[in-house]
Design a binder for this molecule. Structure first.
Ligand SMILES: C[S@@+](CC[C@H](N)C(=O)[O-])C[C@H]1O[C@@H](n2cnc3c(N)ncnc32)[C@H](O)[C@@H]1O
Length: 246
């Protein structure tokens, strides 16, 4: 979808944490390492989905490209899409250093990326969909559905709230202070910004959005009250996909 309409949500303009800022980009991998083992997570996803050497993969919100660079060793071709040119420049430097030739990084977004050629076997998106308000998450999921092959899968990981919303003040305070003790002041500030300015939604809303896009949820997992992962299959059906394959 190219922005033709004045009412079109502009998801190329980032909300919340500023991933256009070079300081955020350069420290991103180091900061994440305090909270996640990205290499191990990637291995788990490859195994869970069964990504193989003939598969075409697309990743939205690719960030510094760590996921793409690892999956590239196991698939035919992977496209990493991100709104931040800074992130993509950084990811492209890594491609050169590691001598990888089956990764394309594309400047684009959930709502603007136009897929060309064969539909893909897998779409992955991690910690990025919450940058869109709920209605636009639905449009993004519809668009992901359209670029997947019949039988293809979406792996979605994001901040999704599954805690008791009557206790939201306590929950957010605990989350922020736990992040501070595990990973320091800067990351706890990022969580504060994300809660205030980004658009993480509730578990039941996310499940509804995924199903309404036409997917079957094969696996849903909720962690710590703020993280969710889903494996969603395109099983076909009567939903007319938007025409975004050129
Ligand atoms: C928290 S980072 C996640 C990076 C990586 N996926 C990971 O798991 O570490 C969010 C990324 O999503 C990108 N992003 C934000 N809004 C986006 C959108 N509408 N479409 C695509 N990427 C977006 C940001 O530029 C940033 O690189």
């Amino acid at each position: 979808m190219i922005r033709h309409y004045p009412w079109q949500y502009n998801d190329m303009k980032q909300v919340g944490i500023d991933y256009f800022n070079i300081n955020e980009v350069e420290v991103y991998d180091k900061q994440m390492a305090k909270l996640r083992d990205v290499k191990q997570e990637t291995k788990n996803i490859i195994k869970l989905l069964g990504i193989g050497c003939d598969d075409l993969v697309a990743e939205f919100g690719t960030g510094t490209g760590e996921f793409c660079l690892e999956v590239a060793k196991h698939c035919k071709q992977i496209t990493g899409i991100d709104v931040s040119n800074r992130m993509l420049e950084y990811a492209n430097e890594k491609i050169k250093l590691r001598g990888i030739n089956n990764v394309d990084f594309v400047h684009g977004s959930f709502l603007t990326y136009r897929h060309s050629g064969t539909p893909v076997d897998f779409v992955i998106t991690q910690l990025a969909l919450h940058h869109l308000p709920d209605f636009w998450k639905q449009i993004a999921l519809n668009r992901i559905y359209a670029i997947l092959k019949e039988g293809g899968s979406l792996y979605l990981k994001d901040t999704v709230y599954s805690f008791d919303t009557n206790k939201y003040e306590h929950f957010f305070e605990q989350w922020i202070s736990k992040t501070k003790s595990l990973a320091g002041e800067e990351l706890s500030q990022d969580v504060t910004t994300a809660v205030r300015e980004e658009f993480s939604t509730c578990d039941w809303i996310m499940e509804g959005l995924i199903k309404r896009a036409g997917f079957t949820i094969q696996h849903a997992e909720y962690e710590q009250g703020f993280l969710a992962q889903y494996v969603c299959k395109k099983t076909g059906g009567s939903i007319e996909p938007p025409s975004i394959i050129s």
